[in-house]
Design a protein around this ligand. Sequence first.
Ligand SMILES: [Ca+2]
Ligand SMILES: [Ca+2]
Length: 179
Amino acid sequence: MKLPKRLIYLIEAILVIFIGWAIFGVLTHSSSLESVTVTLTPGGVEYHDKTVFGVGANDRAADYWLRVHTTEGTRDLGIFANTEIGDGLTFTPQSNIPMEEIVDLQLLDKDKFENDVLEQFPYETEQHVGVNYTLEISSTMKLESGFAWFFKTPVGIALLTGLMLGIVIVVIGNGGFSI
Ligand SMILES: [Ca+2]
Ligand SMILES: [Ca+2]
Protein backbone atom coordinates (compact mmCIF):
# COMPACT_ATOMS: atom_id res chain seq x y z
CA MET A 1 0.00 0.00 0.00
CA LYS A 2 1.37 3.38 -0.95
CA LEU A 3 0.40 6.32 1.24
CA PRO A 4 -0.52 9.56 -0.53
CA LYS A 5 2.24 12.19 -0.31
CA ARG A 6 0.04 14.64 1.61
CA LEU A 7 -0.64 12.04 4.29
CA ILE A 8 3.08 11.34 4.63
CA TYR A 9 3.74 15.08 5.05
CA LEU A 10 1.00 15.26 7.65
CA ILE A 11 2.42 12.30 9.61
CA GLU A 12 5.90 13.85 9.43
CA ALA A 13 4.58 17.21 10.64
CA ILE A 14 2.77 15.54 13.56
CA LEU A 15 5.93 13.59 14.45
CA VAL A 16 8.08 16.74 14.38
CA ILE A 17 5.57 18.62 16.55
CA PHE A 18 5.35 15.70 18.96
CA ILE A 19 9.13 15.29 19.28
CA GLY A 20 9.52 19.07 19.67
CA TRP A 21 6.85 19.11 22.37
CA ALA A 22 8.45 16.13 24.16
CA ILE A 23 11.97 17.65 24.12
CA PHE A 24 10.67 21.07 25.23
CA GLY A 25 8.58 19.45 27.97
CA VAL A 26 11.41 17.27 29.28
CA LEU A 27 13.83 20.24 29.35
CA THR A 28 11.41 22.62 31.06
CA HIS A 29 10.52 20.01 33.70
CA SER A 30 14.14 18.99 34.42
CA SER A 31 14.56 20.82 37.68
CA SER A 32 15.64 18.85 40.75
CA LEU A 33 16.29 19.71 44.37
CA GLU A 34 20.03 20.21 44.91
CA SER A 35 20.21 21.23 48.55
CA VAL A 36 18.51 23.03 51.41
CA THR A 37 20.66 25.24 53.63
CA VAL A 38 19.33 26.16 57.05
CA THR A 39 20.62 29.22 58.90
CA LEU A 40 19.46 31.13 61.93
CA THR A 41 17.23 34.10 61.00
CA PRO A 42 18.76 37.36 62.35
CA GLY A 43 17.21 37.81 65.78
CA GLY A 44 16.03 34.20 65.78
CA VAL A 45 16.51 31.85 68.72
CA GLU A 46 18.17 28.48 68.19
CA TYR A 47 16.31 25.45 69.49
CA HIS A 48 17.88 23.37 72.27
CA ASP A 49 16.75 20.12 73.80
CA LYS A 50 15.40 20.36 77.30
CA THR A 51 17.66 19.35 80.15
CA VAL A 52 16.44 18.29 83.57
CA PHE A 53 18.89 19.11 86.40
CA GLY A 54 21.83 18.78 84.04
CA VAL A 55 20.66 15.40 82.70
CA GLY A 56 21.06 15.33 78.93
CA ALA A 57 23.40 18.36 78.92
CA ASN A 58 25.67 16.62 76.39
CA ASP A 59 22.74 16.19 74.01
CA ARG A 60 21.46 19.72 74.45
CA ALA A 61 22.28 20.80 70.88
CA ALA A 62 19.41 20.40 68.44
CA ASP A 63 19.04 17.37 66.18
CA TYR A 64 18.11 19.04 62.91
CA TRP A 65 16.04 16.87 60.61
CA LEU A 66 14.74 17.95 57.22
CA ARG A 67 11.78 16.35 55.47
CA VAL A 68 10.25 17.22 52.13
CA HIS A 69 6.65 16.37 51.38
CA THR A 70 6.11 15.67 47.69
CA THR A 71 3.14 14.57 45.59
CA GLU A 72 4.82 11.14 45.59
CA GLY A 73 5.29 10.90 49.37
CA THR A 74 7.60 12.10 52.14
CA ARG A 75 11.33 12.33 51.45
CA ASP A 76 13.93 12.31 54.22
CA LEU A 77 16.99 14.54 53.76
CA GLY A 78 18.77 13.33 56.88
CA ILE A 79 19.61 14.43 60.40
CA PHE A 80 22.42 16.49 61.94
CA ALA A 81 22.37 15.01 65.45
CA ASN A 82 23.49 17.21 68.38
CA THR A 83 24.74 19.94 66.09
CA GLU A 84 24.86 23.70 66.67
CA ILE A 85 23.67 25.55 63.59
CA GLY A 86 26.79 27.76 63.41
CA ASP A 87 27.14 29.29 59.93
CA GLY A 88 24.43 27.01 58.61
CA LEU A 89 23.74 23.37 57.81
CA THR A 90 23.24 22.03 54.29
CA PHE A 91 20.98 19.07 53.59
CA THR A 92 21.33 17.23 50.27
CA PRO A 93 18.92 14.59 48.99
CA GLN A 94 20.22 11.05 48.45
CA SER A 95 18.04 10.53 45.40
CA ASN A 96 16.32 12.67 42.81
CA ILE A 97 13.48 14.97 43.93
CA PRO A 98 11.81 16.87 41.03
CA MET A 99 11.14 20.48 42.08
CA GLU A 100 7.58 20.42 40.75
CA GLU A 101 6.67 17.48 43.00
CA ILE A 102 7.60 19.43 46.17
CA VAL A 103 4.59 20.41 48.25
CA ASP A 104 6.15 21.61 51.49
CA LEU A 105 9.30 21.49 53.59
CA GLN A 106 9.59 20.69 57.27
CA LEU A 107 12.49 21.35 59.63
CA LEU A 108 12.25 19.35 62.84
CA ASP A 109 14.19 18.59 65.96
CA LYS A 110 14.43 14.82 66.20
CA ASP A 111 13.69 13.50 69.64
CA LYS A 112 13.38 10.14 71.37
CA PHE A 113 9.97 11.11 72.73
CA GLU A 114 8.40 13.75 70.56
CA ASN A 115 9.76 15.47 67.47
CA ASP A 116 9.32 19.25 67.43
CA VAL A 117 8.47 21.03 64.19
CA LEU A 118 10.75 24.08 63.97
CA GLU A 119 9.60 25.34 60.57
CA GLN A 120 7.00 24.12 58.09
CA PHE A 121 6.03 25.99 54.97
CA PRO A 122 4.68 25.33 51.47
CA TYR A 123 7.28 25.47 48.72
CA GLU A 124 6.73 28.68 46.78
CA THR A 125 10.03 30.56 46.63
CA GLU A 126 13.74 29.74 46.90
CA GLN A 127 14.02 31.34 50.31
CA HIS A 128 11.82 30.91 53.35
CA VAL A 129 12.45 33.31 56.22
CA GLY A 130 10.90 31.98 59.40
CA VAL A 131 10.93 33.59 62.83
CA ASN A 132 13.89 31.48 63.94
CA TYR A 133 15.20 29.72 60.86
CA THR A 134 15.83 30.67 57.25
CA LEU A 135 15.88 27.99 54.55
CA GLU A 136 17.57 28.45 51.17
CA ILE A 137 16.39 26.01 48.52
CA SER A 138 18.72 25.32 45.58
CA SER A 139 17.78 23.48 42.43
CA THR A 140 19.81 21.97 39.63
CA MET A 141 19.00 20.67 36.15
CA LYS A 142 18.52 16.90 35.96
CA LEU A 143 16.94 15.19 32.95
CA GLU A 144 15.72 12.48 35.33
CA SER A 145 13.03 14.89 36.55
CA GLY A 146 12.01 15.74 33.00
CA PHE A 147 11.60 12.07 32.10
CA ALA A 148 9.67 11.47 35.32
CA TRP A 149 7.30 14.23 34.16
CA PHE A 150 7.10 12.83 30.60
CA PHE A 151 6.17 9.31 31.69
CA LYS A 152 3.33 10.74 33.79
CA THR A 153 1.75 12.54 30.82
CA PRO A 154 -0.99 10.60 28.95
CA VAL A 155 1.36 10.32 25.94
CA GLY A 156 4.19 9.02 28.11
CA ILE A 157 1.90 6.49 29.80
CA ALA A 158 0.62 5.33 26.38
CA LEU A 159 4.20 4.97 25.09
CA LEU A 160 5.31 3.06 28.17
CA THR A 161 2.27 0.77 27.97
CA GLY A 162 2.92 0.17 24.27
CA LEU A 163 6.58 -0.60 24.97
CA MET A 164 5.71 -3.08 27.73
CA LEU A 165 3.08 -4.75 25.54
CA GLY A 166 5.71 -4.98 22.78
CA ILE A 167 8.16 -6.67 25.15
CA VAL A 168 5.48 -9.13 26.34
CA ILE A 169 4.56 -9.97 22.73
CA VAL A 170 8.23 -10.53 21.81
CA VAL A 171 8.81 -12.71 24.88
CA ILE A 172 5.68 -14.81 24.19
CA GLY A 173 6.56 -14.92 20.48
CA ASN A 174 9.99 -16.35 21.31
CA GLY A 175 8.44 -19.03 23.48
CA GLY A 176 9.53 -17.34 26.69
CA PHE A 177 6.31 -18.49 28.28
CA SER A 178 4.37 -21.63 27.49
CA ILE A 179 0.66 -21.03 27.72
CA1 LIG B 1 19.99 16.78 71.03
CA1 LIG C 1 16.31 16.59 70.08
